[in-house]
Design a protein around this ligand. Structure first.
Ligand code: PAF
Length: 282
């Protein structure tokens, strides 16, 4: 793969599972700004899906992906077949302890080992100087950063703010599973996060209180089934009381119409928060 790029200059990698939306376009545009050659990978990675998850029905539209990637500034789209990534005899996986374990790690056993394995393979294949990941998958970003630091991967990992619809709903390929009514119900996730963000900015530091505020908002719509709402520090664990840190975060996972959605927002003191501006608008 690396040989397809002329050996010089900075190379940006944007790993995706395709069905590209404006959030992916923001990653590609960011890569375009800071690197000379932009590679977008489109690969629905079987290793990161559990047995009863949506691998079979995950949305796919390569033609549209090629257009969106090209318009956003990609030079190359890398679209490997599963056999190329995982040929017969494939036997290695990357386990990242600690940050992989709580939250989605607990809810989706094996998920982050699948993510870390495919991301390391993509980093080895493309050898980028920088790789770009959306902050919407905050825990994934933490897992990738940990892996890259631990395994001396010579790439800088860049996090890019979540892109949202006007309603507050974080963009995700999985939103395509939702009816318009369910999309409206799903705005409860960002509303709950904003409630926690506002309480934190107003000075609340007790994690149980912050979580109660978020869960109460989430519970207002019976169509939303919360899985977790967690208030964490930089290591993704939940203290009883938060100390000031720029990586404090509130994260949520919930199901709407059976579709599992995740989202998160930063927790910043009032002076730094500029509430609502922490994420990129659509
Ligand atoms: O965030 C995603 O789309 C995937 O988890 C990734 C990083 C492309 C790995 O398959």
């Amino acid at each position: 793969m690396r040989a397809a790029l002329d050996g010089r200059g900075r190379v940006g990698l944007v790993p995706t599972m395709g069905y590209l939306h404006e959030g992916h376009a923001a990653l590609i545009r960011r890569a375009r700004q800071t690197t000379d050659r932009v590679v977008v990978s489109v690969f629905v990675n079987p290793l990161q899906f559990g047995k009863n998850e949506d691998l079979g029905r995950y949305p796919r539209d390569l033609e549209r992906d090629l257009r969106v990637a090209g318009e956003a500034g990609a030079d190359v789209v890398f679209h490997p077949e599963p056999d190329l990534m995982y040929p017969a005899g494939f036997a290695s996986t990357v386990q990242v302890a600690g940050v992989s374990e709580p939250l989605d790690g607990a809810a989706r056993p094996g998920h982050f080992a699948g993510v870390a394995t495919v991301v390391l393979k993509l980093l080895n294949l493309v050898q980028p100087t920088q790789a770009f990941f959306g902050e919407k998958d905050w825990q994934q970003l933490a897992v990738v950063r940990r892996m890259v630091a631990d395994l001396n991967v010579p790439a800088e990992i860049v996090g890019v703010p979540t892109v949202r619809a006007d309603s507050g709903l974080a963009l995700s390929s999985r939103n395509s599973y939702l009816s318009p009514e369910q999309q409206a119900q799903a705005t409860a996730l960002s509303a709950a996060l904003r409630g926690v963000q506002e309480a934190y900015a107003a000075g609340e530091r007790d994690v149980a209180v912050l979580k109660r505020i978020g869960l109460d908002i989430l519970g207002r719509d019976s169509a939303v089934q919360p899985e977790y709402l967690s208030v964490v520090g930089p290591d993704l664990t939940e203290p009883a009381v938060l100390s000031a840190h720029p990586l404090n975060r509130v994260l949520v996972a919930a199901r709407v119409g059976g579709v599992r959605l995740i989202d998160n927002l930063p927790l910043l003191p009032a002076s730094a928060s500029g509430l609502g501006r922490a994420d990129a608008p659509l």
